[in-house]
Design a protein around this ligand. Structure first.
Ligand SMILES: [Ca+2]
Ligand SMILES: [Ca+2]
Ligand SMILES: [Ca+2]
Ligand SMILES: [Ca+2]
Length: 424
């Protein structure tokens, strides 16, 4: 009985042990003294360092700010219960941390912000913001259910955004994209999964200066629209842009939506399928969807257009401008070349002409021959399963070959469908 009481007492003391913090903080926080509870704003001052060791809980508390002007390292810890994290010129590194229900999310104002393997969920406003940052990154992290943007990058070309998953963002403000690039050109925006957000998947806007980032190898599915560029010559390369629309809403559903005169970027090697519209071009935009006239190989089309259809009408490209656009050397899946023009809103329909011929591109393998050995058998099943359990995002051609049941996603249903074909 006595032992039980001792256990109970020690258990209760562990429950009630906490460290209250306010004002200037530095040194090391440990799991022993956790949780750390903010009773007012805290700050890591210039020249100070705070190291947060694994398994700490940090209760930010309603309306309190965790400000960093010095250096902060945090590893495998949780930040929760409202509040905000604001680095003003600080050097901050978060590894394997969780951030839940922050009021203002995480903001890096100049300085260096490094986020890796973290989860930022249910932020009331934007999940993570970078403004004018030095060499910073956000990698392999999950940003989910933010009220506003999932990730917003402004006024810096030096942020690397790779391997993240953004889902359920723009929960409150549906006009804002899950990933927003504002007036800057981060050169690495790769291998992100941007899936089922309430607004645009990616927005690239030139507001105060030109935004010309490279978007490469991202998987963009189930958003209001896929990628929206406004006055931006973005380079959109090798992405899978599929099934972006809001059910029944004809204002939604563009795989790529390009508006205004500086939107003259290159669109090459993407799989654009299952959206209401493939590429919508309006208000003087003039993206290059494939140019075999010039000698430059970096704009040679090779996009795969597949079943971008709303209400029985397929529009792979809608050119709502009066100017011609180039879309040579692309794949028009399931269409004979004589059928392509009817899927292009261009000069016959009242827009500018779309030059889609010639098509030099080599023939693609026939689905479901995923491994391209001209046989359909168990080896294709193996390749499909490997693709699903692998962590990477499939390249556009592999995606096309692997989506056996043609629902613009790749999962176990495709394995089942392929096995049915193989055993027949
Ligand atoms: Ca060319
Ligand atoms: Ca036409
Ligand atoms: Ca095969
Ligand atoms: Ca599928």
């Amino acid at each position: 009985m006595r032992i039980n009481i001792l256990i109970l007492l020690s258990f209760l003391s562990s429950l009630t042990a906490q460290t209250q913090v306010s004002g200037s903080v530095s040194g090391t926080w440990t799991s022993t003294d956790s949780p750390y509870v903010l009773t007012a704003d805290i700050i890591v001052l210039v020249g100070d360092t705070l190291t947060i060791e694994p398994s700490c809980l940090i209760e930010l508390g309603m309306n309190h700010e965790f400000r960093i002007e010095g250096t902060l390292y945090a590893d495998s810890s949780s930040f929760y219960h409202a509040g905000s994290i604001f680095s003003r010129g600080g050097h901050v590194r978060f590894n394997q941390c969780q951030f839940d229900y922050l009021t203002e999310g995480i903001t890096f104002w100049q300085g260096i912000g490094l986020i890796e393997n973290c989860t930022i969920s249910n932020s009331e406003s934007t999940g993570v913001s970078f403004y004018g940052s030095d060499s910073s990154f956000i990698k392999d992290s999950h940003i989910t259910n933010s009220g506003n943007y999932g990730i917003k990058v402004s006024q810096t070309d030096l942020v690397v955004i790779t391997g993240n998953t953004l889902t359920g963002n723009s929960r409150v403000d549906h006009n804002h994209p899950a990933l927003f690039i504002d007036s800057c050109s981060p050169q690495v925006i790769e291998n992100n999964i941007i899936d089922n957000n309430h607004g645009q998947g990616v927005g690239v806007w030139s507001l105060t200066s030109i935004a010309a980032p490279v978007l490469r190898g991202n998987f963009i599915r189930g958003n209001f629209t896929g990628i929206t560029v406004v006055n931006s010559p973005a380079y959109i390369l090798d992405n899978v842009i599929v099934a972006n629309y809001q059910e029944g809403n004809f204002n939604s559903g563009a795989g790529i939506y390009a508006g205004y005169g500086s939107s003259v970027g290159i669109v090459m090697g993407n799989y654009i399928g299952g959206n209401y519209y493939g590429v919508s071009v309006i208000n003087g935009a003039s993206p290059n969807l494939g140019d075999m006239v010039n000698d430059y190989p970096g704009d040679d089309g090779l996009n795969l257009f597949d079943d971008n259809t709303f209400d029985g009408q397929t529009w792979h490209i809608w050119n709502g401008t009066s100017s011609p656009i180039m879309a040579q050397n692309n794949y028009w899946l399931g269409l004979d070349i004589s059928e392509v023009d009817a899927t292009l809103y261009d000069n016959e329909e009242g827009g500018g002409e779309i030059f889609f011929e010639p098509i030099y591109a080599a023939p693609l393998p026939e689905p479901p021959d995923i491994n391209d050995d001209e046989l359909v058998n168990i080896l294709d099943v193996v390749v499909l399963i490997e693709g699903i359990i692998g962590l990477g995002i499939p390249d556009p051609v592999t995606f096309y070959l692997s989506d056996i049941n043609h629902d613009f996603d790749i999962n176990i249903s495709d394995v089942t469908a392929l096995i049915d074909i193989v055993v027949q």
